[in-house]
Design a protein around this ligand. Sequence first.
Ligand SMILES: [Zn+2]
Ligand SMILES: [Zn+2]
Length: 345
Amino acid sequence: MKSIVLAPARGGHGYEPRRTESEAPRPGEGEVTVSMKACGLCGTDLEKIRGEYTASMPVVGHEAAGVVAELGEGAGGFSVGDRVFPHHHVPDYTCYLCRAGNETMCDHYRGSNLVPGGFSEVFAVPKWNVERGGVLKLPGNLSFEVASLIEPLACCVRAVRKCHVEPGESVFIAGAGPVGMMHALLLAPTSAKVVVSDVAEWRLRFAEKAGVGRVIDAAAEDVPAQVRAETDGRGADVAMVASGSRAAILQGLRSVRKGGRVCIFGVPPKGSVLDYDVSDLYNAEREVQTSYGATETDTKGALRVLESRGAEFGALVTHRFPLDEFGKAVEAASGGTAMKVVVTP
Ligand SMILES: [Zn+2]
Ligand SMILES: [Zn+2]
C-alpha cells in the first residue's frame, strides 16, 4: 500500500513528504479501515511541510473520503463498501471545554488522527472517532471529490456559527484561496454584500468568475477604503481572515465597521506579531474571534450544504494528482495558480 507520510526534513526545519510502501492497516477493535478515493490537500498540510504549522501533530491528509474496506470487531453501524467521510479529530463531547462550546479545544480533539494519514491508499480510523460519530455515510449523489470538501467546509461552517454571521450582513473575506472561496460561496446567498481580496492575480480572476461579489486586488488597492466604499462608508459587519498572513489580519481589523467582528480563520505562522494600535480596537469596539477545526455538528452541516450545492463547491477543485505525484500536488497548491488540489489513489 502506498502512503505519503512526513519525515523530519534533512535540513532540520519542517518535514518532508515521503512516499512509503507498507502493508495496509488492519482494523483493531472498534476501528474501521477506509480505502481512500479522494483527499484534499489543505493549506495546513503545506504549512506542516514548510515547518510553519503551530496547531497540531505532523500528520498530513485530513480531508479524505472513501469506502469502508474492513470493520474491526464491534465497529457497528457500517458495512464494507459504505461510502464515508471520516473526521480525523473528534472531541470527547463531555469535558468542561466541550460543554462550554469549545469542543475543538478539548484535550482529546487533537489526540487521535487517521493512521497513517489521509494520503494513503488505505487508512485506519481510530475507535475513538468511530464511536463518537466521526464517520459520516455519504449520500449516493455525492462524489468522493466533493465529499473531500466536507472537512474544510465544516471549518467554515463553524467559523460562521462562532462569529454569528447573520443573513443580511456584509462580509469581507481576506484571502481568495480555497477556504476563502468556500466562505464566499457559503455566505453569498444570504449576505447583503460579499467582498473578497487577495494578492494573487490568478485567484482574483477565479473569484471574479465565481461571481461571489466585489473582488479587491490587495496588492494594488487600498483594501479598507475599498471595503468601506462597498458598505456605505461603514466597513463590513464581519471580516473572515482566510489567510495566515499578518497583512490579511490587519486588513480584516481595518475593514470592519465600528462594533464589527473579525474572525482569524487562517493559521498564523508561529511568531506572527502584529503592528496594530489596540486603542483602535477598543475605541471602535471591534471584536476578534478565532475558529479552529470543526465538530460533528459542523461536518453534518457541511454535508447538507454539499448535498444541495455540490456542483458549485466542486468547481473549487481545479487540480487532481495521484499519490505517486504528491510532489506535483504540493507544487500546484503552493504556486498561486490553483484553487483546491485533490489527491487520488
Ligand atoms: Zn484542512
Ligand atoms: Zn472535551
